[in-house]
Ligand binder design. Structure first.
Ligand SMILES: [Ca+2]
Ligand SMILES: [Ca+2]
Ligand SMILES: [Ca+2]
Length: 283
């Protein structure tokens, strides 16, 4: 964002990367990595509160989260943050941020200056940093506009993106769209979407940028119990991507991925008992 100096942001981003890598290296033992590297994004979880302060939670390895650490402040005009892995090692290399003006910036996890990627992104009411969804290794972005049209931007791996491609319509039936990793074990990143009646749907990714997802299948109902769902990658470090969901009471639940499209999540586990409503977005 314009108000954050590159240097300060670089430090924050480096801390974030370090925390993610720490999570990968410390305290979990070899058994946590029985799955092959490359199976699921290992990003940890971060939140941005209404004061513009951001915090990071390192995964403990069993699905729970360590005590939060402050990342940065001054993010009041940030409307979207999406971390992205650009070299397919499952560790985030940077993040996109969209501000209230609709400008999108990329911050690499090094000390390089922020890069302006585009403008006019305030037309999207939902953005998802969805991982590799149809192009080369660099992670991609999906945006939904007010009409319900869905657009895909392929990432070049340096934070810049292609022109958008329209990949869907009618997505205004959904109150939430999330995705970061493979849910059915075919190695292609997938999406989930919650409709207004609280049914959660799975869209299996195809890897084909022109037609990037298959026909939806139902995951289950009752998801209106939550005011936010967010795909944070793999939080229990079993190599399968997971989902977090927060309710109005401020509780945070983890839905552990199974790798099976017919039942992509295990029963929920509470990982945060209170206070999670302090965050206006997760990333
Ligand atoms: Ca990476
Ligand atoms: Ca898949
Ligand atoms: Ca997992």
């Amino acid at each position: 964002m314009a108000k954050i100096s590159g240097r300060r942001t670089g430090r924050a981003a480096t801390r974030l990367a370090a925390a993610a890598i720490t999570a990968a290296l410390v305290g979990t033992g070899a058994s946590a990595f029985a799955a092959e590297p490359g199976d699921a994004p290992l990003f940890g979880l971060a939140g941005l509160d209404s004061s513009g302060a951001s915090y990071y939670y390192t995964p403990s390895g069993d699905g729970s989260l360590e005590k939060r650490v402050p990342l940065d402040t001054g993010w009041k005009d940030v409307k979207f943050v999406g971390r992205v892995d650009n070299n397919a090692d499952n560790i985030a290399d940077g993040r996109w941020q969209v501000d209230t003006k609709g400008d999108i910036y990329y911050y690499a996890n090094d000390n390089s200056a922020a890069k302006k990627v585009g403008y006019g992104w305030d037309i999207y009411n939902t953005l998802v940093s969805v991982g590799q969804f149809g192009g080369a290794e660099g992670g991609d972005l999906l945006g939904r506009d007010a009409k319900g049209d869905l657009y895909l931007y392929l990432g070049y791996g340096d934070g810049t993106v292609t022109k958008r491609m329209k990949v869907g319509y009618g997505w205004d039936i959904y109150t939430d769209i999330a995705g970061n990793g493979d849910l059915n074990g075919d190695g292609k990143n997938d999406l989930v979407a919650r409709d207004k009646s609280g049914v959660l749907w799975l869209y299996k990714g195809t890897g084909n940028q022109k037609d990037p997802y298959a026909k939806r299948t139902e995951i289950g109902s009752g998801w209106n119990a939550y005011n936010t769902i967010f795909a944070a990658g793999d939080l229990n470090m079993d190599g399968i991507t997971d989902l977090v969901a927060r309710n109005a009471k401020g509780e945070l639940y983890l839905y552990r991925g199974t790798g099976n499209a017919a039942a992509p999540y295990k029963p929920k586990a509470i990982i945060g008992t209170s206070g999670w409503n302090t965050y206006r977005l997760f990333f």
